[in-house]
Design a protein around this ligand. Sequence first.
Ligand SMILES: *[C@@H]1O[C@H](CO)[C@@H](O)[C@H](O)[C@H]1NC(C)=O
Ligand SMILES: *[C@@H]1O[C@H](CO)[C@@H](O)[C@H](O)[C@H]1NC(C)=O
Ligand SMILES: *[C@@H]1O[C@H](CO)[C@@H](O)[C@H](O)[C@H]1NC(C)=O
Length: 243
Amino acid sequence: MTQLAGVQSWFHGGMFLLVWAAVLHQSFASVAPLPSDPGRPERGTYSIKTSNGTVCLLAQMGLQLNISYSSVSQNKTVHDVMNIQPNITNSTGLCGGDSATLVITGGGDKLNLTFLFALNVTSLKYHLGGLFLSAEKPDMKEPFAAHNNNLDYLRGTLGRSYMCREEQTLNVDPSLTINTFQLQVQPFGATGDDFGEAEECQLDEDDMLIPIIVGAALAGLVLIVLMAYLIGRKRSHAGYQTI
Ligand SMILES: *[C@@H]1O[C@H](CO)[C@@H](O)[C@H](O)[C@H]1NC(C)=O
Ligand SMILES: *[C@@H]1O[C@H](CO)[C@@H](O)[C@H](O)[C@H]1NC(C)=O
Ligand SMILES: *[C@@H]1O[C@H](CO)[C@@H](O)[C@H](O)[C@H]1NC(C)=O
């Protein structure tokens, strides 16, 4: 009888945990795509080689451009979100002592997306200092062009790579933002096809905290249920002895 009660309270505790975990999971996983959302961009690999053929700049990322332009058909400014498709683009560029460029061209809309990286040779820190985009679509009143040479994104250390698994938004100018997905870059000191040790972005570190907190909370609950069960068992034992 008391055995059964113990099992029952265990069962209830377990059910509660399961329901709670399910609710938590739902609240983190329910992100419905918008109608005009082109979905997650495919992750591409882009590399630049030195004249003797070894890779000196290496990047892997999914790229999504968010541009606004004057539409001919709608006679107003429209927002266009488009994914860069790695299989129909080319990458060129230059590796320099204190600057490096990665130029991604091709795609359907005469894209030219240029990344300008800078290395501070004193502190041995690099960052993405400039971005340039040009594109042409039939519906554009005039060809699109935007650039900014005062950026400070993707900060890393020479010899290491910069990594951001989470979606990150690079604000270039009022008409252009770029969303990056699963990004890893090494603009300086790459030596071949593998990245150096990765330095993770703050977004990823924040993201790691959620499972840690949830895990700790679940462990705490398991402990409480276990203790409640053990105490309950002890009590019912004591109850028998007094008889
Ligand atoms: C694109 O940019 C507009 C305006 O800045 C913004 O409202 C919208 O949320 C952006 N969309 C995406 C998918 O980034
Ligand atoms: C792309 O744009 C950059 C920056 O304006 C320019 O230097 C480069 O020549 C362009 N490349 C192509 C292939 O259009
Ligand atoms: C390079 O880093 C040093 C040391 O942190 C700093 O004093 C200097 O201003 C930086 N140079 C540039 C061009 O940012």
